[in-house]
Design a protein around this ligand. Structure first.
Ligand SMILES: *[C@@H]1O[C@H](CO)[C@@H](O)[C@H](O)[C@H]1NC(C)=O
Ligand SMILES: *[C@@H]1O[C@H](CO)[C@@H](O)[C@H](O)[C@H]1NC(C)=O
Ligand SMILES: *[C@@H]1O[C@H](CO)[C@@H](O)[C@H](O)[C@H]1NC(C)=O
Length: 357
């Protein structure tokens, strides 16, 4: 759908090459940026995180794996479709820490890790970048990692094991933690430094590592809340910041929670523009690993607008990963799961309008 729009615009600009105001107006009237200028675009494939609350506790029996082999929706088929039909090239694969360890912090549950790895391998087989996302809000059962809850060492052990397992896969990205909140950002940044050191020391020397800030790593408060300054100090073994990318989220509903089907803002002036300016000044980059909205006209308008902005600032924004497909269905407010009929996948309205390209 988008590609036909792209070709008609390219064609129009070739045909009407004269710089007339008419052709300029015709182009600016187009709602979407007509080029796939961002290096990455994709969607979350949720399910292994189901049952995780914002206090970092998880009811593991609520997990609904997005894998038909495990009795769930066909996440592997969804990813193949997104790559082939929608030109997407990055997927984020949320998983609960409790699930991976079956509540036994520090030690992986062999079966559950193998289950999650099926999703990782399905993702890698599409050729896309695959983000391992520990979806725990910097917590385990209410205790903050390194700040009264699990020790830094437990968290480092988790990442050492994951990095050792995936170090040979160059398309893996390490999403250190989903949406930390209500913690000391400077101590948290020191914990993140330990994890980065552990991942690189384990031999995963080149992959992207995503650094999350406090305030649910919201793009709008990333600078004001001190996340940018604190996480800027995190370095690779050689002192560089190569492939250390800031992880930012932003929802567009009235309370920015990502729980409503209607959007009220594109948050460019209060979130994306200030962040872009700061990133440029500090020579850093960010990846937006959660954004989205309902399949509604208001979210089509505002999400497309926010993505357009990112498309115009590709020196500082690597891309976006929308929330969410996987094990969600049409009863979920922010559902982006495509439906299969025969051999044809059909995308949701918001996926078609803004996310596919
Ligand atoms: C975790 O590491 C940080 C950084 O060194 C430190 O400030 C904090 O006290 C540590 N937490 C614990 C419980 O040792
Ligand atoms: C800033 O961080 C504090 C502590 O995590 C949090 O309570 C607050 O909501 C954050 N502010 C914003 C705008 O996200
Ligand atoms: C998003 O935009 C609204 C309206 O411009 C603003 O009030 C709000 O603070 C922004 N949210 C964040 C997280 O920056």
């Amino acid at each position: 759908m988008k590609s036909s729009l792209i070709s008609s615009i390219v064609l129009a600009s070739q045909v009407f090459a004269l710089p007339t105001t008419t052709s300029v107006r015709a182009n600016t009237a187009v709602k979407y940026v007509p080029f796939c200028s961002l290096s990455t675009a994709g969607v979350n494939i949720a399910g292994f995180d189901f049952g995780v609350l914002t206090d970092g506790s998880q009811t593991v029996s609520d997990v609904y794996p997005p894998l038909s082999a495990l009795g769930g929706p066909d996440g592997a088929g969804q990813m193949s479709h997104f790559v082939k039909d929608d030109n997407l090239n990055i997927f984020r694969l949320p998983v609960g820490w409790e699930y991976l360890t079956n509540y036994n912090i520090g030690t992986f549950d062999t079966t559950k890790l193998a289950n999650y790895d099926q999703l990782v391998q399905a993702c890698l087989s599409t050729g896309a970048t695959c983000i391992i996302d520990i979806h725990n809000y910097a917590r385990w059962y209410g205790g903050i990692i390194g700040q009264g809850g699990p020790s830094n060492a437990s968290f480092v052990q988790l990442w050492t094991q994951l990095a050792t397992k995936y170090k040979a896969s160059t398309n893996i990205a390490f999403g250190v933690m989903n949406e930390p909140h209500d913690l000391d950002i400077n101590i948290w940044a020191s914990t993140v430094q330990m994890v980065v050191t552990a991942i690189r020391t384990a031999g995963a020397t080149s992959q992207m590592i995503l650094l999350p800030g406090t305030g649910y790593t919201s793009a709008g408060s990333f600078i004001d809340n001190g996340s940018g300054a604190a996480l800027s100090k995190v370095k690779n073994l050689d002192g560089s910041t190569t492939n250390l990318i800031f992880d930012v989220h932003q929802y567009l509903d009235y309370d920015y929670s990502g729980t409503h089907t209607e959007c009220v803002t594109d948050n460019i002036s209060s979130a994306w523009q200030p962040l872009a300016t700061w990133l440029r000044a500090n020579k850093r980059q960010a990846l937006n690993t959660e954004t989205g909205g309902g399949n509604t006209a208001s979210c089509e308008q505002y999400l497309c607008s926010a993505i357009n902005f990112m498309n115009s600032n590709t020196d500082v924004f690597l891309g976006y990963v929308a929330w969410s497909a996987g094990s969600f269905d049409s009863t979920y407010e922010l559902d982006l799961t495509p439906t299969l009929s025969g051999s044809t996948w059909t995308d949701t309205a918001l996926m078609k309008a803004c996310i596919a390209r």
